[in-house]
Design a protein around this ligand. Sequence first.
Ligand SMILES: *Cc1c(COP(=O)(O)O)cnc(C)c1O
Length: 408
Amino acid sequence: MNNQTATEQFFAYGRPVPESARPWLAPHLRSLGTTIFAEMSALALATDSINLGQGFPDTDGPESIREAAVEALRAGKGNQYPPGIGIPELRQAVARHQMRWYNHVVDPDTEVLITAGATEAIAGAILALVDEGDEVIALEPYYDSYAACIAMARGVRVPVTLRAPDFRIDIDALKAAVTPRTTMLLINSPHNPTGMALTDQERQAICDIAIEHDLVVVSDEVYEHLIFDGRSHKPLATMPGMAERTVTISSAGKTFSYTGWKIGWAIAAPELLAAVRTTKQFLTYVSGGPFQYAIAQALDLPDQYYGDFTADLQAKRDLLANGLSELGFGVTIPEGTYFITTDISPLGFSDGLEFCRQLPELAGVVAIPHQVFYDNVNAGKPLVRWAFCKQESVLNAALERLAVLKNR
Ligand SMILES: *Cc1c(COP(=O)(O)O)cnc(C)c1O
């Protein structure tokens, strides 16, 4: 099904932090504990389940891009430390991509920084811009590295809850969350795991708040091309008054189906980007040399690639959404991303964590409970996330297995 063995997958997501290791962990990090993916992947292994928990595609991206990476390796391009800010070819390609899709002018030499995936860009930005006690407002459910990075910076995370069934941003709640200690808005659209994509009005409201309170905005846009039903993505940085206060983060992993390559980037005004560069240089310094050359080519792929990619994913979304809906789940149709969120209560379940722990035994399928991504656990309790970035045959097999839930 994919190139990793099941055992490798399990270890790839780490294992629970054992109790005996806790005292070694610095006190401000002890709350981080276990990742849900460890537990669920172990369950998938033990029960030979179909894993719709993990958010990566089970087929590789374009062949030509893989060949470009091989060619770079053979030609000795990027086999030694590339420049700290990334190779010029890739920085220029990132700038061209911003121009082509968003009409956004970006200087490849002073406003683009290549990182080890979006993950390092997020860490670099938060560690550079958040000081002890600073408040960071983030949408919950959170992408899991946000909480970890805010904790590493000794900041304070302040959730604004996206609520079922439509997961729109409550703008009044966002306004109310701002205090004199607020430094940063951490925004993710299209949003993992809910699939929410910002409307023009919501985008404007976020920008108004950021400008009024002079906040820096970190905008995680890794799903910029995974947006459906004719919607289009619009970076926050392209809004009036936002370019100078926004760090835009994206990555090649999701767009080109090479999540293992970990080529990402941050885009920001020169001064702001210099701050992010300051921490990034001491995290990895550089990474992924040959892959940088390949992704420089990938970004310039013709419109057809991007269009086909989105259409293919949308068809998979529809297949899984229809199937889950027929089984009785309360389905929120995602506007973007790899994930469908469902309410399990129509099927007589109330706790997503319990449900996901039973599901491999019940049906031979693994999914991820939302509640682990919330501070307000109750808001996520009946919600479960399913990844649809899998082959149709895999999605169909999962739906067949899940039919037992209907006939219980
Ligand atoms: C996958 C993901 C990332 C991480 O991207 P990498 O390029 O693999 O580091 C960051 N943010 C969100 C919301 C994601 O879903």
